[in-house]
Design a protein around this ligand. Structure first.
Ligand code: PEP
Ligand code: MN
Length: 338
C-alpha cells in the first residue's frame, strides 16, 4: 500500500500513520521529498481496511498497489531514483553514464590501457569481470580478487569508478573495497539468496535481466534487494533468448521505456551481450539512448580479437571512441548529455 501524506503534514502526523501501519504488521519505507512524504507499506496489506488510514490527519490518499513489486514500482517514487556515487557521478539524472571495459580482467597492461582510453573518451566506470560465469567449466574463469585489485588501481589512477560481477554471497566481503557497483549477472537474476544479501549492502547494484527473464520477473528480483533497504538498484536490459539465431541474444529495446513506465529505478542497456556482435554494438547503443536508457555498459579491449572472453562482441578502442561521439549526438537530441 502507498500512503501519500499531504504537503507539509507534520512529523507527528506522519509518525502516527507509520505506527498504525506497523500495528497492522506492515513494514514501512518512507520517502521524503521537498514538501511531501510517501509511505510505502509492504506486508499483509490485502486485508487492511484502507478507510482507517484515509481518515487520519495529514493523509492525502491511500492506495492499494496490486503490482507485486511494491518498492520497485513507479508509484513508490514517482519522481524517479537517482543513484549517487562518491565522486559525484549520478545515474538516473540528465546525464547518460557510460561504463566500459573488458569482459574479463586479464592483466595489468590490459586493464590500465583500457582505463586510460575509457576515461579519455568520457566513460565514468571501468567494467571487468573477476569472477566469470562461463557456459563451459573449462573456459577462463577469471582472475578473482587479484584481478579486481588491478582493475581498481587502474580505475582510480584514471578517476573512474568500478563495476564487477558478484556470483555468490561468499565473494561480497572480499569484493567490497574494490567495487563501486556490484553487478548481478543474467544467470543469477533469480539467485534469491544472493539478492537478499545484496539488499543489506549500502552499495549500488546493477541487476541484469535473465536470458529468459520477463520484465515482471526482473522487477520482482529487484524487489528482493529493495526489501532489504538497498534502494540503489540499476536495471539492465542485456538481451533475451528468443528463436532468433542471427544474434547471440535479442536486444529488447522496448524493455527500456517499459521499465521506466513500471518502475522508478534507472535503466542501463548492455548492447554487447544484447547482440553478441561488435558491429551491432554502436547501433544498439544509439537505439538504447534514444529509448531512454540512463546508462550504457559495453565491452572494449585493447586487443579485442584476442580477448579471453566475449571477443566477438568486444569493441576495438577506436570503435568505443566513435561510439562515444555518436552517442553524445543522440543523447543531445533527446535532451541529455554524456
Ligand atoms: C558480463 O557482463 O560479462 C556478463 C557475463 O554478463 P551477462 O550476465 O549479461 O551474461
Ligand atoms: Mn561478457
Amino acid at each position: 500500500m502507498i500512503v501519500a501524506m499531504q504537503e507539509f503534514a507534520t512529523e507527528e502526523q506522519i509518525d502516527t500513520v507509520i505506527e498504525k501501519m506497523v500495528e497492522h504488521g506492515v513494514n514501512v519505507h518512507r520517502t521524503t521529498g521537498a514538501s511531501q512524504s510517501i509511505l510505502a507499506g509492504v506486508g499483509p496489506t490485502q486485508t487492511i481496511d484502507l478507510t482507517v488510514f484515509e481518515q487520519m490527519p495529514g493523509v492525502m490518499y491511500v492506495h492499494r498497489i496490486s503490482s507485486p513489486y511494491k518498492l520497485a514500482g513507479r508509484g513508490f517514487r514517482p519522481q524517479g531514483t537517482i543513484i549517487r556515487f562518491e565522486n559525484g557521478v549520478e545515474i538516473g539524472g540528465r546525464e547518460v553514464v557510460v561504463m566500459a571495459g573488458p569482459c574479463s580482467i586479464e592483466n595489468e597492461a590490459q586493464i590500465h590501457e583500457t582505463a586510460r582510453r575509457v576515461k579519455a573518451a568520457g566513460g565514468k566506470f571501468l567494467r571487468g569481470g573477476a569472477f566469470k560465469p562461463r557456459s563451459s567449466p573449462y573456459a577462463f574463469q577469471g582472475l578473482g580478487i587479484p584481478g579486481l585489485k588491478l582493475m581498481h588501481e587502474a580505475a582510480r589512477a584514471n578517476g573512474l569508478l568500478t563495476v564487477s560481477e558478484v556470483m555468490e554471497i561468499s565473494q561480497i566481503d572480499s569484493m567490497l573495497p574494490y567495487t563501486d557497483l556490484f553487478q548481478v549477472g543474467a544467470r543469477n537474476m533469480q539467485n534469491f539468496n544472493l539478492l537478499r544479501e545484496l539488499g543489506h549492502l549500502r552499495k549500488p547494484i546493477l541487476l541484469k535481466r535473465g536470458i529468459a527473464g520477463t520484465i515482471e520477473e526482473l522487477l520482482l528480483s529487484s524487489e528482493y534487494i529493495l526489501a532489504g533497504g538497498n534502494y540503489d538498484v540499476l536495471l539492465c536490459e542485456r538481451g533475451i533468448r528468443t528463436y532468433e539465431t542471427a544474434t547471440r541474444n535479442t536486444m529488447d529495446i522496448s524493455a527500456i521505456p517499459m521499465l521506466h513506465k513500471l518502475s522508478h529505478l534507472p535503466v542501463i542497456a548492455d548492447p554487447s551481450h544484447g547482440t553478441g556482435k561488435r558491429d551491432m554494438v554502436i547501433p544498439m547503443a544509439l537505439a538504447s539512448v534514444a529509448a531512454g536508457a540512463d546508462a550504457l555498459i559495453v565491452e572494449v579491449h585493447p586487443n579485442a580479437d584476442k580477448a579471453a572472453s566475449d571477443a566477438a562482441q568486444t569493441l576495438y578502442l577506436e570503435q568505443f571512441e566513435e561510439m562515444m561521439r555518436v552517442v553524445a549526438a543522440v543523447a543531445k537530441s533527446v535532451g541529455r548529455s554524456i
